[in-house]
Design a protein around this ligand. Structure first.
Ligand code: SF4
Length: 237
């Protein structure tokens, strides 16, 4: 048994998943500290990150994988979705921590549902060598200023996994972002769980829904941020 790994954890709380194919599912959020991307800071625009308070690698307390598992179990007695998020949960040494934590979670659960942790990842980390997880992977479009950090190799990793619970998310700031997403989908022959979400205040759900209807891409779906509709910008709810 490898010794327990430690990572900086910003917060752990029980709420409702707000986005993508798991939208609406009661979920325990494990938020990791630290992300080296800075989404949205292009052409004089502001950072659009929803969690700026978790961007510093020091924005949390050291916890072992055992302590995080205990906290998850203390929040909800039955099984429910567990989401590793951030910050970026797979950056640097956090990747091994997530691997160990997802393994412990898998072993601790009996039923098939929710034995795998869901990981929200920014597309800049390779998804190779990771078990017991399903992925919500962003592909950052030009409007984020972060497209050059994307790892297109992840598309073949996701295809080879062929897991119906994996998803790829495109956050769209403008029509040109939307057209770039269509180009990426065509180039890498992506066809399932393609989540489209607008950048708040730059693109509306209405606009994006019109573009999606016109493009009619197999596997594409519109996603809002349900948690913001319910609670606004409050944290930890
Ligand atoms: S990748 Fe996610 S956590 Fe990092 S800056 Fe972008 S939106 Fe924020």
């Amino acid at each position: 048994m490898p010794s327990e790994l430690t990572s900086k954890i910003h917060e752990i709380y029980y709420s409702i998943s707000g986005e993508g194919i798991s939208q609406g599912i009661p979920t325990v959020f494990v938020r990791f500290a630290g992300c080296s991307l800075r989404c949205g800071m292009v052409a004089g625009k502001k950072l659009w990150c929803d969690t700026p308070y978790a961007l510093s690698p020091n924005a949390g307390e050291d916890m072992t994988t055992g302590e995080v598992l205990e906290k998850i179990q203390s929040l909800i007695s039955g099984e429910t979705q567990v989401l590793f998020t951030g910050g970026e949960p797979l950056e640097a040494e956090k990747k091994n921590f997530c691997h160990q934590l997802a393994g412990k979670l898998f072993e601790s659960r009996e039923k098939k549902n929710f034995r795998f942790a869901r990981v929200e990842t920014n597309g800049a980390e390779l998804l190779d060598g990771l078990r017991y997880m399903v992925f919500s992977m962003d592909y950052k479009l030009p409007g984020s200023g972060m497209e050059e950090r994307m790892k297109p190799e992840n598309f073949s990793i996701l295809k080879n996994r062929n897991n119906a619970l994996d998803e790829i998310k495109f956050v769209v700031r403008s029509r040109s972002d939307f057209l770039r997403a269509l180009e990426v989908i065509r180039e890498f022959e992506l066809n399932s769980n393609l989540i489209f979400s607008p950048v708040y205040e730059d693109c509306s759900l209405d606009e994006l829904s019109v573009w999606l209807k016109e493009a009619n891409v197999p596997g594409a779906r519109l996603s809002s941020q349900m948690h913001k509709l319910i609670w606004g910008d409050r944290r930890g709810v």
